[in-house]
Design a binder for this molecule. Sequence first.
Ligand code: G6P
Length: 615
Amino acid sequence: MCGIVGYVGKKNVRDVIIEGLHRLEYRGYDSAGIATTDGKTLVVKKAIGKISDLEKAIQGISFPGSIGMGHTRWATHGGVTEANAHPHTGCPWTKKLQVAVAHNGIIENYRHIKTLLEKKGHMFTSETDTEVIAHLIEEYANGSLFEAVRAALNDLEGAYAIVVISKEYPHELIAARNQSPLVLGVGKGEYYIGSDPSAFVTHTRDVIHVEDGEIVRITPEGYTISLLDNTPISRNVTHIDWDAKKIEKGGYDHYMKKEIDEQPHSTRDAMRGRIDIENGNARLRGIEDKLNELSILKRIIITACGTSWHAGLVGEYLIEELARIPVEVEYASEFRYRSPIIEPGTAVLVISQSGETADTLAALREAKRQGGLVLGICNVIGSTIARETHSGVYLHAGPEIGVASTKAFTSQITVLTLLSVLLARSRGMSQARGQQLLKALADIPEKMTYLLRPENEQAIKKIAEAHAERNHFLYLGRGINFPVALEGALKLKEISYIHAEGYPAAEMKHGPIALIDKKMPSVIIALKHDPLYPKIISNMEEILARGGDIIAVATEEDGEIEKKAKHVLRVPTVPIELSPLVTALPLQMLAYYAAVKRGCEIDQPRNLAKSVTVE
Ligand code: G6P
């Protein structure tokens, strides 16, 4: 998730852009850049690090003109280097059109376009998907910047919000959106463009939300909005009255809630370009070089900490069920110190949102020391874990800022599902079964959107508030939803400080059942189409018999569950293998609203850190 800002107006362009970049820094920062033009030169400067590092790097440099753009990057393609930072330019020697492009999103067909353009003599200087946009616009140069950008956009597949300026058209800024946010700011004789209004909120609060498939042309005289086929669009300006802090959080009070609500989008990004429906297979380019080794694996050890460890447990169920490869899941802190046995044919899969967790990194190094094949699933591109694994897959979830992990969890499960299908297909799983699973996976973002609808959210909030003063909770699940019970309990502990324990539902009778009384609610994941449903119902009976209260996570179709459960958190029906991708969400919200009711510090809970870089 990167941040974009653009400006056309009479103020000092450099200052407006740098201020906007500072406000967008929450969207991620590993490098940043700025470009302006006055028609004589196109000045582009970039630096690795935070916006303050860019400021240092551009001290003493003059940025001419009254048009410019800036970008704060959170890497998705290519490591964190100055060359990979935005804005990107085309061929330095071009006489046609010298452009600078900033982009937020992922261009899925960039490899294909890059190959075609290389054949035509274009020279690329970065590893990014974005650079192809600059070269493509240059290729389409035909006497109008707008037309060249429009032609280029028609070739792109994937998600983007882009801003383009050029030396040849120093009074024109073009921006476009497809599945990545973009907002136009309308000032008095000046115009702004941003990933969100925080980029320009100190200058204007009059905004137009650019929609998917729209292209905006801004000049000092005004702006036009049109569709990619040139149909003009007219849209009213809306006035926002949020403060800057709230805008950074997209209008939310807390990053955690924003990230919960981002899950339809982040899971889609985790599977984008990775589903090959025709062949019923997954395409994971990051581990393509290891496909031969993966097809003869005898055992997989998954190691991670915290929420990532819970995702690993879901991965164990998926890989064993679909690919029939034995999997063990180990806490990284245990694995690193207990002389693990890594024989030939064993792969170690490390999972980490941050890519910096000290114990996970140490486990990775131990696995490598023993000669194991080490694969990674990480969110942060270029993080230490991502760099040190032999091969790996990124989540593309965007920065996760709330300490309690939410969207990273569902993205990790999405990637683990893809990996399981890939492993299973090389071991005899049928194409039809692969197709069936992948189609259902592709539907998950829509199911999540439905789940997160306001009425359902209000229902969950009411249940959370009614239980916010309880001191102990039990979370129960079976099969693939047992790890979700663990994750639900962890969420509640982390942010509301209510004691909660997760258990496999049947294991309850070996201890926790002694605690059950009127004051301790049990949250039970009970999906009607789960073959284990009758067993879960029996577990519920055991709780009811001891006077316990039940909050069930149940499907919309389950009309019977209210006979057992006093409260029900509804989820849409999806195949059991994919059900953690929906059952996790109400549990995240239950924890969130209980913590809000208790007045807790949601995004920075006491004693916890987002990235635990110490042992
Ligand atoms: C910390 C965070 C958790 C996270 C865990 C592992 O405890 O608070 O949210 O799950 O570290 O972090 P990683 O970045 O390796 O996934």
